[in-house]
Design a protein around this ligand. Structure first.
Ligand SMILES: [Fe+2]
Ligand SMILES: [Fe+2]
Length: 466
């Protein structure tokens, strides 16, 4: 007696395996259109990380940018398996798709940008993937089915988040309805994302994308971020000073983590201002960008656990502000690599993890453990995409060091212009944490007042700052 086991390796029913709806060529055409939209979504999310003030959107855009890059990558790999060289993955599949994406990219308000992303482009992508899975032969085309099912899983999460984003606004701009309808019309003019729907309309005249997109490289923060020019507390000098206790140092590490929100703000500028770099560069650097946004959220959670309201702390944006406004994209990448490489020796990420372990704060130890692992990956990404283009490691490092030294900290100018008083926020926050922990303050730690006036974050002296 043969036991009754599901046929076709459990992939699908016989009925689904009888479908003849899509040839390899049809599949490739459709997949390339999905790929185009994923890639444009990645670009739109990335392009708005720096100047989007709202912290929760800045971090979510960082994640969604990464997810879009990963799904674009999965389709690229799949297309390359389908008798397709040359792959033609950089070709724009239809001007209607391009216009819909351009309009969202250029949308002038956060509301309209989110509307275009979360209520038009991503739902259209979701519907198209659903219909692909309903049409293709699930046995013959099983490798495509597999990657698209993974995509559905994450699209589901992104769309659920997007619904909450859209319901958070009380008022929509007057232009929103016409814009929304225009986007759907542009997609319809392309025969939908698949290109297989009947074309009953022409593309509407572009509105927002009449003027080409202008990337805004100046970082912006919402009103919970106060005193963003403040560089009145140097957490690195505290962290590496053996006179202070590991427990007290965890607060400085949480500050360093949440301050990392400036890394996506800066990395987005590299990605947007170097559009001719290979796709692999975009994908890997976007992974790193998302990791850095995640590190910021680790800091946020750490403060929460220590009973501290992080909005009471000036979370400086000076690193992204100074790099984005004073250096070009190549120089910024050089600085990023130089800093990340400097985190690898024993005094860097391993040290932070050891401090976390010695502190008795298990969350700090755990966060530093993962932070360290992520940084090892980032150093690899830097070697792949920065050092290789440079030739050798030492000159790549020297260039990064020189570029960083070129960035003026403007510590005194910012103070003299009235942008900040460089208030020493540390004693107040430290006292609050000690109260939460139920322990007395250490008088030496209470008196800590080292600033960034003359010391860079890697503890080298700043030579250029006036
Ligand atoms: Fe990081
Ligand atoms: Fe990093």
């Amino acid at each position: 007696m043969i036991p009754t086991i599901p046929p076709l390796a459990g992939l699908c029913s016989y009925d689904e395996a009888h479908r003849t709806g899509l040839s390899v060529e049809n599949c490739v055409d459709w997949l390339k259109r999905l790929h185009y939209v994923w890639k444009r979504l990645h670009q739109i999310f990335t392009a708005h990380i720096t100047a989007e003030p709202l912290y929760e959107l800045k971090t979510a855009f960082s994640l969604h940018s990464h997810l879009c890059a990963e799904h674009a990558q999965a389709i690229r790999t799949r297309v390359s398996e389908m008798r397709e060289p040359p792959l033609g993955l950089e070709v724009i599949p239809h001007p209607g798709l391009e216009q819909a994406c351009d309009e969202v990219l250029c949308a002038p308000t956060t509301y309209e940008r989110c509307l275009g992303l979360y209520q038009v482009l991503l739902p259209a992508l979701n519907e198209s993937i659903h219909s692909y899975l309903e049409t293709t032969n699930r046995l013959a085309d099983a490798p495509s089915v597999r990657i698209l099912r993974f995509a559905q899983l994450e699209l589901h999460d992104i769309l659920a988040f997007g619904d909450q984003v859209m319901s958070a606004w009380e008022m929509a701009p007057d232009t929103a309805v016409a814009y929304y309808q225009g986007l759907w019309q542009a997609l319809a003019s392309a025969g939908g994302l698949s290109g297989r729907d009947a074309i009953t309309t022409s593309s509407p005249a572009p509105v927002y994308s009449v003027t080409p997109f202008q990337y805004d490289r100046v970082p912006r923060r919402d009103e919970r971020f106060q005193d963003s020019f403040n560089a009145g507390v140097n957490p690195e000098a505290f962290l590496y000073d053996p006179r202070y206790s590991p427990r007290d140092k965890t607060l400085m590490m949480y500050y360093k983590r949440i301050r990392e929100i400036d890394v996506p703000e800066m990395m987005a500028s590299i990605l947007i201002e170097m559009p001719d770099k290979p796709w692999g560069f975009q994908r890997d650097m976007t992974r790193q960008l998302w990791d850095e946004a995640r590190h910021a959220m680790l800091g946020e959670v750490g403060f929460r656990q220590a009973g501290i309201d992080w909005t009471q702390i000036p979370i400086s944006f000076l690193w992204s502000y100074n790099l984005n406004t004073q250096l070009n994209a190549t120089e910024r990448h050089a600085v990023l690599f130089f800093i990340e490489q400097g985190l690898m020796p024993k005094t860097g990420k391993r040290f932070e993890w050891e401090v976390g372990r010695a502190s008795g704060d298990e969350l700090s130890a755990l966060f530093q453990d993962f932070d360290w692992a992520d940084e090892v990956l980032h150093a690899q990404i830097g070697r792949e995409w920065y050092v290789k283009g440079f030739g050798d490691l030492n000159s790549a490092l020297a260039y990064g060091d020189a570029c960083w030294s070129k960035v003026m900290s403007h510590w005194r100018e910012y103070r003299d212009q009235g942008l900040t008083q460089h208030r020493n926020w540390w004693p107040e926050i430290y006292q609050r944490a000690c109260h939460h922990w139920g322990v007395p303050t250490d008088p030496l730690a209470m008196a800590y007042c080292e600033t960034y006036e003359s010391i860079r974050a890697d503890l080298k002296e700043i030579t250029g700052s006036a």
